[in-house]
Design a protein around this ligand. Structure first.
Ligand SMILES: *Cc1c(COP(=O)(O)O)cnc(C)c1O
Length: 364
């Protein structure tokens, strides 16, 4: 049997047909009809009026900082409990990160966010808020705090396409939202990302920077410097096919979560879903009662050729960010010491999920 991954690519069926259309038209790259169609389907799904297809979510977060004119020494608040890609763009722009711990939601603590703002000698310009594992952060409180303090909100919804908070798509709530279509995300184009915004000027600016900041002239004229961050039409075609099955993938991931939580609920706590939200359950994640048990479980699953992993190691504990400012209370550090990501591919059968659950139980 093939190795079981945390969340393997899972094509819907039409992707190859659309790729063939791209080849037949010879609009392989750079842009073309399928990039537009992919952007339109993200706009429809998330109810974001503007979307820009990009080469990655990391590129989207980088553009978000550029467009908001955040750079050189500016203070940027960020979730500490996340993947490094959320915060690497803070370094690209030579800003100063301030890492904030999570609370019982596993996502950013509004209480510590307030504390971080009050403590910071410099007024922070933006917050990069992650919706961890596709589950919503406490956006009402976070939006209110940021509005009071005139802090822009950049939603890292890389893991959270298909998740909602109070009926709003995660990623569509702040000033700018970013999705990822990397290989292990809920849908994938092999590699890719999307920036969304309610503000047309923000989206247009991001599009401009993503294509080398070219002026609309016959010759190549540049008033500013940009990047090569656009998505190719071939990958746009994969994205259009994947969007057709996004909702199926969300429903299946939620079923997989239900199976695990029925079978393993006595072993610890699963990541919660905060009131008025519906996450995509990109990965089912579980905290065991005791520290380091997860390492035994990971080893046992690996012996059966099944991938599982510890939770993200918080940014304030990463050697690269040693000495960076942080406002933490030990919550994410505790979760990191006893939490596991279970294989959650939407293509897993019920039997396979049950098999994984049995191995987890017997390893303990
Ligand atoms: C995957 C991921 C990213 C980066 O996405 P890319 O498209 O690979 O750049 C950023 N943030 C989080 C939380 C992620 O999980």
């Amino acid at each position: 049997m093939a190795r079981v991954f945390l969340s393997a690519p899972y094509m819907g069926g039409n992707e190859q047909k659309y790729i063939k259309e791209v080849f037949d038209s010879n609009y392989i790259a750079p842009l073309g009809e399928f990039v537009d169609r992919f952007e339109n389907s993200i706009k429809d799904y998330t109810k974001s009026p503007n979307a820009v297809a990009l080469s990655s979510a990391t590129a989207g977060l980088h553009l978000a900082l550029r467009v908001l004119k955040i750079g050189d020494g500016d203070a940027v608040l960020a979730s500490s409990f996340t993947f490094a890609a959320s915060v690497n763009p803070i370094m690209y722009e030579r800003c100063e990160p301030i890492f904030i711990d999570c609370d019982e939601s596993w996502n950013l603590s509004p209480k510590l966010l307030k504390e971080a703002i009050a403590k910071s000698p410099k007024k922070p310009k933006a917050l990069i808020i992650t919706h961890l594992y596709g589950q919503a952060a406490k956006m009402d409180e976070i939006v209110e705090i940021c509005a009071e303090n005139n802090i822009a909100i950049i939603e890292d919804a890389a893991e959270a396409l298909g998740g909602f908070y109070k009926g709003k798509a995660l990623g569509s709530i702040g000033d700018i939202g970013v999705y990822s279509f990397n290989g292990n995300k809920i849908i994938t184009t092999g590699g890719g990302g999307m920036l969304v915004s309610h503000d047309k000027n923000i989206a247009n600016k991001a599009r401009y920077y993503s294509t080398q900041a070219r002026e609309p002239l016959l010759h190549y004229e540049h008033l500013d410097y940009g990047y090569n961050y656009r998505l190719s039409n071939v990958l746009g075609a994969i994205g259009v096919g994947q969007m057709e099955v996004l909702q199926d993938r969300v429903e299946r991931k939620r079923q997989i979560f239900d199976i695990y939580s029925n079978l393993l609920g006595d072993l610890g706590e699963f990541m919660p879903e905060i009131p008025n939200s519906r996450g995509n359950r990109w990965l089912t994640t579980l905290l065991f009662k005791e520290k380091n048990k997860h390492l035994k479980v990971i080893e046992a699953l690996n012996k059966h050729d099944i991938e599982s992993r510890p939770l993200w190691k918080p940014m304030h504990l990463q050697p690269v960010f040693k000495g960076a400012k942080c406002v933490v209370d030990g919550t994410s550090e505790d979760y990191f010491s006893r939490g596991i990501c279970l294989p959650s591919g939407a293509d897993m059968s019920d039997e396979l999920v049950e098999k994984v659950a049995n191995i987890v139980r017997s390893a303990l």
